[in-house]
Structure formats: C-alpha cells, structure tokens
Design a protein around this ligand. Structure first.
Ligand code: GLN
Length: 550
C-alpha cells in the first residue's frame, strides 16, 4: 500500500525543501522502506531545459532523457533511486496535455476547468506507477500563496480527502528567522504560513522549521499551540555544515518517527541504520589533504547552476580523503586578465558544460594553460568541445577551428570542427534534427552507451570497455578531424558504439587531461563517487604534492 508524503514550503523560497525531501527519503529507506521522490513545479515552462541556470539553477537530466529540476539530483544522490521523466511535472506540461486532450475532443463538449480537469491530471501524475512503493514523497515547488501553485495544493488536498488522512502526510517547511537586533527567533511568519495553507484546505501534520540556529523548545511549543499541532510534530531543521548531515540530524530531531507515527507504522524497537551517513559526515569533517579546483564557467554567480558538479567533486573528495576547495571563476575574466595569475595555486582546472559564446575564449585560454603546465584538466561537454578546439588551434595548425554554436567556426576542409548534430542513434531508432528545430527538449538527451578503447586513461579509470553516461548536447566533434587531432596528441578514447560520435578525448603526453561529451556529475553519489571525478581529484592531489616537492 503506497502512502504519500507531501512537502510544501512557506514564508520564503530556497528553504531546501528538496533536500529535506531527499533526506527524509533516505531515512525511510534506511528503515527498509521503498521510496520514490517526485517534484511538482507550478511554473508554466514545459520543463527547465530552456531556462537560464542563473535563474533556475542546474537542469538535471534523467536516464530517460528528461530535463528536470535540480531537486531530482538531490533525490538520486540521497536515495540512489534513479529518477525518470514521470518524476517531475510542471504546470506547463499539465496544461499542454490538457489542451491537446481538449483539441482531440476528449472532454466531449464539456467545459474544461482548473477543477476538476487540471487537478485530476495533477493527481494522475502523483499516483501513476507507484504500486510497489511504500512511500511516495512529493514536493511542491514554490511557496504557499503563489497563484500558480493553487491547483497543485488543491490536488493534494483532494488526495488527502479521497485516500484518507492516514494515507497522506502533509509536511510544511517554513522559516523561523533570527532577528539579530532583537536577538530573537521569530515564529510569526510560520504561523501566517500555516494559516495560509489551512485557508486552502490543507492542514499540515508536521512542521519542519528551518532556522539559522537551534529553536528552543518554548518557541516550538508556541508554534505548536498556534498552529494546532502536537509539540513533537514541530521539528527544527537548523543549518548544517554539510547537506549530508541532514538524514542523521532529521532522525535525531524525530522527523521519521513522527512520520511513521502519523501513518500508524511506528515500532519503537526498530531504528534506521544510518551508519553509512555518519561515515560520510565524518569523512567530510576529517580530510587528510586539501586541493584547490578552479571551475572556469559562465554561471559562477550562484552555486545552484552547477549543483551536481559541486556534489560530484565533494564525493570524489570523500573517496580520496581530500577536501576539495572549489573556486568558481568567471570565464569572461580570462579573456582580458592574466590567465596565470588567476589560476595561481590551483591544483586542477575544470571547464563545465555550457551554452552560447560568452566566455568561450576565456575558457580556451584556461584549457591551454592547463595543457601547457601539466595541470589536471577535466572538460565536461562544452569543456570537452573547447579542449578539442584548443588542441586543433594550437597543436594541429587549425588556427581558426571553432564551433558552429559560436558563429565563429571556420568552415575547414570537412566543415566546422564542432558542428550541429543532425542525426544519432537512440536505442533502435535514429533521431534526426535540423537547424530550425525548436530549442526545447530537442538535444541529445539522457543515457547513451560509449565504447572505450583499451590501454587508455579512460579505460584505466572506468575499468570497462562499455559504459553508459547521461548527455545533454546539440553539437558534436566532427569525426573527420580525428586523425589530425590524434596526430597532434589528442586521443579519442571513447566513441559512441557506431563510431559516429566522439565521447571521450584525452591528451596522451599530459598527466591527466580528459574531455567528456557527457555529464558524469549527474551519476555521482556520496556512496558511489564517480570514477572520473575520483581519479581527477587524485590527480589534483598528485599534482599538488609534486609541486610542493619541486
Ligand atoms: N553547447 C554545447 C552543445 O550543445 C555543450 C552543451 C553542454 O555543455 N551541455 O553541444
């Protein structure tokens, strides 16, 4: 019997509802339950694929090629359960489905309305394909009171009514701000937020109160009284040193116990096994070494834009007992200012995925610096394409090499070095694209196999000739140039199984210089660090130690 846990947010956005959902999922899993996590996004975009990462944060790509909210990345990292297309829906998708049904005549002449038609589709999404799960944790994006969120709140209210309150648990995440001038934590915003939630028919069973510091019991009792809750159902969630401390901390605060009590499933003799989470927290707190990694990118203003990347580096740090100090550097600065001085003291350089021309020349300058100075380099997606361009320009005599994405591509002997992908194999089918296609959802998306050549660094890292990684790109390195690039020292150690698409390139004469067309960061987990990142951080440490010795 599947039970549903709805996680809503109040007071302000960015409270970490996604993390809270993921951490609760992990604790329930540690108690032996099967969980699935889902996210409802009330905005009108069909998916975040076309949204600016500076505004929305990273686009997380699932195995089956959905472009989803970054919270799905947290869900995967905390529970190890792969997310799929059906785990993230937006109001845009709901309306798009609804309007096609209307055009097909499915509503048989009836008036199509938010209630029941939109809400029915939302309920269908929440409950679809969930019969094996003990718990479906479903997070609603945004904050209670947002106009576009209303149909979603109404849908979860209806589910509580039809399934019964013992099958549904509403957890509301709020903020208890600390007012420094008064030296007080304030409960009023939480009271108002609960009032707002109750006014649309949803009475929370549990409050998870985010705060900068511990919330004293008297304040929690006050919230409980005003919000009509038992004191033990007002749970504090103070800021933590690391997100990976959330499962153990939430358990210590009683979150899982209260959830299970709500469902009548609590057994005082059973405890979750959280040893592995304690281990992660301990490793993060006691590294033996430290390395500095420069990420030269375009969206360096907000941490969320490269969420999975930061996490993958931290997992690799755990695996190497190394603290990875990430320096987010704006690539634009590398076009005008001295490259060497900006990268001084860095033990490794990384150019992440990206789109468009801004900062491209700066990234190429950083890659050249890494190559010439033997500094470990990892290029992801755009970072791989630019590493190939850098080699072509400076080692293969293709001075004007570029990508048709940036308009500057010289039409060389075989066309642009990096050009628009017009055809690729997906499963048993061929996907085709043209330059006039829509931008949304038309990239090469999701998991694709890659064949690795024996005797290469990539092969040593993966320990396998066949791997599968997730992709999100529209352009590709032109295979016609492989012979000239390989002659210049850049080996293509990984290709799509049909040989049509270059997937991994590595510099033979360099201690660690690897570019990958895919996004390995999407699959890294705290308990299963990605081999590429693990090896990259180890190389950064080796480089640092060698510099020290010199
Ligand atoms: N803009 C490049 C492409 O579409 C790289 C994409 C990426 O880095 N995710 O191929």
């Amino acid at each position: 019997m599947t039970r549903y846990i709805f996680i809503t947010g109040g007071v302000v956005s960015s409270l970490g509802k996604g993390l809270a959902s993921a951490a609760l999922g992990a604790v329930l899993q540690a108690r032996g339950y099967k969980v699935r996590l889902r996210k409802l996004d009330p905005y009108l975009n069909i998916d975040p694929g076309t949204m600016n990462p500076n505004q929305h944060g990273e686009v997380f790509v699932t195995e089956d090629g959905a472009e989803t909210d970054l919270d799905l990345g947290h869900y995967e990292r905390f529970t190890g359960v792969d997310a799929y297309k059906g785990d993230n829906v937006t109001a845009g998708q709901i309306y798009s489905t609804l309007l096609s049904k209307e055009r097909r005549g499915d509503y048989l002449g009836g008036t199509v309305q938010v209630i029941p038609h939109v809400t029915d589709l939302i309920k269908e999404f929440i409950t679809s394909n969930t019969k094996d799960e003990d718990f479906v944790l479903c997070e609603i994006g945004g904050t209670v009171g947002d106009i576009e969120g209303l149909p979603f709140f109404e849908a979860i209210r209806q589910l509580g009514y039809t399934l019964g309150q013992d099958k549904v648990c509403y957890i509301h995440v709020t903020l208890v701000p600390y007012i420094a001038a008064a030296q007080e934590l304030k409960t009023k915003p939480t009271q108002h937020s609960v009032k707002e939630l109750r006014s649309i028919g949803v009475t929370p069973h549990i409050l998870l109160c985010r705060a900068e510091r511990d919330i004293p019991a008297v304040e929690r009792a006050k919230i409980a009284l005003f919000c009509n809750l038992k004191e033990e159902n007002v749970i504090q969630a103070p800021d933590l040193n690391t997100i990976y401390a959330a499962p153990t901390r939430y358990h210590a605060e009683g979150l899982d116990v209260q959830v299970l009590k709500h469902f009548g499933l609590y057994d005082a003799t059973k405890q979750p096994n959280l040893e592995n989470w304690q281990g992660i927290v301990q490793s993060l707190a006691s590294p033996k070494h430290k390395v500095s990694v420069a990420i030269v990118g375009k969206y360096t203003g907000i941490g969320d834009a490269y969420k999975s990347l930061g996490e993958a580096l931290s997992h690799a740090g755990i695996a190497n007992q190394v603290e990875v100090d990430v320096h987010w550097l704006d690539a634009k600065g590398f076009e005008t200012r001295n490259v060497a001085s900006q990268l001084q003291g860095m033990d490794a350089i990384l150019v992440p995925g990206g789109f468009g021309s801004r900062g491209v020349e700066g990234k190429i300058a950083a890659i050249k610096y890494a190559r010439e100075n033997g500094i470990p380099y990892l290029g992801i997606c755009l970072g791989m394409q630019l590493a190939v361009i850098e080699t072509a320009r400076h080692l293969a005599g293709m001075e004007h090499a570029g990508s048709s994405e940036f308009d500057s591509a010289d039409q060389g002997e075989y066309g642009p070095l990096v050009g628009l992908m017009t055809e690729w194999v997906s499963g048993n089918a061929k996907e085709k694209r043209g330059s006039q296609d829509n931008l949304g959802g038309t990239m090469r998306l999701g998991a694709f196999p890659c064949a690795i050549k024996k005797g290469t660094l990539a092969h040593a890292i993966y320990g396998s000739e066949n791997i599968s990684e997730r992709h999100r790109h529209r352009y590709e390195v032109n295979t016609a140039y492989i012979p000239v690039l390989e002659k210049a020292g850049l080996q293509f150690s990984g290709l799509s199984p049909d040989g049509a698409l270059p997937e991994i390139a590595e510099m033979k004469s360099h201690p660690w210089f690897v570019g990958v067309q895919f996004h390995p960061e999407l699959k890294s987990k705290p308990f299963a660090p990605h081999p590429l990142f693990k090896s990259y951080v180890a190389a950064a440490l080796a480089y640092k130690q060698q510099q020290k010795a010199a």
